[in-house]
Ligand binder design. Structure first.
Ligand code: MG
Length: 279
């Protein structure tokens, strides 16, 4: 395992078919660690796990988290997110729970200690018919992750911090934690991110380096716009200062959707350099 510093800067990246070349490309941006996203189309076989395990060892690369995304999810706008993302859509809930267990098995085979995903837009109203089934599902996944000594991280943004805190209290699972994404708080209009971070801090085990601007109030249901790191409304230097102040020592993983395929790695490299200068 590489030597990791407090507030180690890593990169969030998606699993491509060639594990070794993917990790080499990520490392070329100046990092030795990150988080791996596994989308719903990735076939998870023992061979897949073996290839990733060998590539991580060969490149001395550390994975903090394995994230799952699911087939059929769309982030087009807030109503579409509500309808398609995570464990909220009833018709695919059972299938996504099974897939989640497969991704956790994959993470365990790699020796990764944290699993994460977007659970979707948890209903505000606890008497909503989807609230209790989703809460129970989250508990089952947390318990399954715990059986491998893993945390289960919820990604922030789709609800205000106070509502997420109430959900944590209801779930009552010590390994249920938070991957805090400051940009998502803004993109979904869920609240001022630094204030939200302070409120959720005790549950946070990992953080995304991402930036964005608020949704256009003239277009209800629209999402905000992602920006290059440091150029959006998060106020990245103040956010990193808040990480310091609150004693946060976990990773900061750059997650950037602002790229065409060509500029993607350049964008990530620049974001890593910025965070390295602040961390
Ligand atoms: Mg994120």
């Amino acid at each position: 395992m590489p030597t990791l510093k407090d507030r180690e800067v890593g990169i969030f990246f998606w699993a491509e078919p060639d594990a070794l070349s993917t990790i080499r490309t990520v490392k070329s941006c100046g990092v030795v660690s990150g988080q791996l996203g596994v989308d719903g189309s990735v076939r998870l076989t023992p061979e897949t796990a073996a290839a990733w395990k060998a590539a991580l060892a060969a490149e001395d690369f550390h994975l903090f988290t394995v994230f799952a995304a699911y087939e059929g999810e769309s982030y087009a706008d807030i109503p579409t997110v509500e309808r398609t993302v995570g464990f909220i859509p009833r018709d695919v809930r059972a299938a996504r729970e099974m897939r989640t267990r497969e991704v956790i098995d994959f993470a365990a085979a790699l020796g990764v200690k944290s699993f994460g995903c977007h659970v979707g837009c948890i209903p505000h109203d606890t008497s909503h018919p989807d609230y209790q089934p989703v809460l129970d599902l989250v508990r089952r996944i947390a318990d399954y992750a715990a059986s491998f000594g893993m945390t289960f991280c919820l990604e922030t943004g789709q609800e205000p911090a106070a509502q997420l805190l109430a959900f944590f209290d209801a779930a009552a699972r010590p390994n249920l934690r938070i991957n805090f994404d400051p940009a998502n708080m803004i993109l979904y209009g869920s609240g001022e991110p630094i204030e939200a971070f302070r409120l959720l801090r005790r549950h946070v085990v990992s953080v995304h380096g991402k930036d964005g601007d608020w949704p256009d109030p003239a277009q209800p249901g629209s999402l905000g716009t992602e920006r290059l790191l440091g150029e959006g409304s998060v106020n990245i230097p103040t956010f990193v200062a808040a990480l310091h102040e609150t004693g946060y020592t976990g990773p900061i993983c750059v997650e950037s959707g602002v790229h065409g395929e060509e500029q993607r790695w350049q964008t990530l490299s620049r974001a890593v350099t910025l965070l390295d200068s602040l961390r």
